[in-house]
Design a protein around this ligand. Structure first.
Ligand code: NI
Length: 176
């Protein structure tokens, strides 16, 4: 296993549309292992492959609380095939937009079709935190970030802040 770097806003790769996984082979399983290691290290509850720079439709999730045993879940080529009319607001954050949290409204329940680690098709009916998390991560696979669901005013403010931080960091590197 290897720890990967998580890419941060405004990295343009976050806007890529990830490609479906054709076959769940050894290289895909290796990437999934790396994603779990990176997600646990961060720590975070969900990660999309593009966040470690791999434009593949893979999502890792673990919603277990700190003092509970780990519950790793992997979703390959996940797709929302149905959602509730009812919506819910949850506070969201993202490992690619560190230290920023905002309330986002999404369908309260979703049905997601995906491939498991054996490459077998599965479906899951998700609600609560899992529903939010899966929608957030599937968005990543389509180049969409949770800040795209908040007001333009708030989004512009956070994008500007991260762009400025990235510029300062690159100037600092150039000066060294
Ligand atoms: Ni995210």
């Amino acid at each position: 296993m290897a720890l990967r770097d998580i890419i941060i806003l405004p990295d343009k790769r976050l806007r890529l549309v990830s490609k479906p996984v054709a076959k769940v082979d050894a290289s895909v399983r290796k990437l999934i292992e790396d994603m779990f290691e990176t997600m646990y290290d961060a720590p975070g509850i969900g990660l999309a492959a593009i966040q470690v720079g791999e434009p593949k439709r893979i999502v890792t999730v673990d919603l277990a609380k700190k003092d509970e045993p780990r519950e790793p879940q992997v979703f390959i080529n996940p797709e929302v095939i149905a959602h509730s009319e009812e919506k819910k607001v949850h506070e969201e954050g993202c490992l690619s937009i560190p230290e920023y949290y905002e309330e986002v409204e999404r369908p309260a329940e979703v049905t997601v079709r995906y491939l498991d680690i054996e490459g077998k098709q599965q479906e899951i009916a998700a609600k609560g935190l899992l529903a939010t998390c899966l929608q957030h991560e599937i968005d990543h696979l389509n180049g969409v970030l949770f800040i795209d669901h908040i007001s333009k005013l708030k989004r512009d403010r956070v994008v500007k802040k991260f762009a400025k931080a990235a510029k300062l960091a690159s100037e600092k590197r150039a000066a060294e």
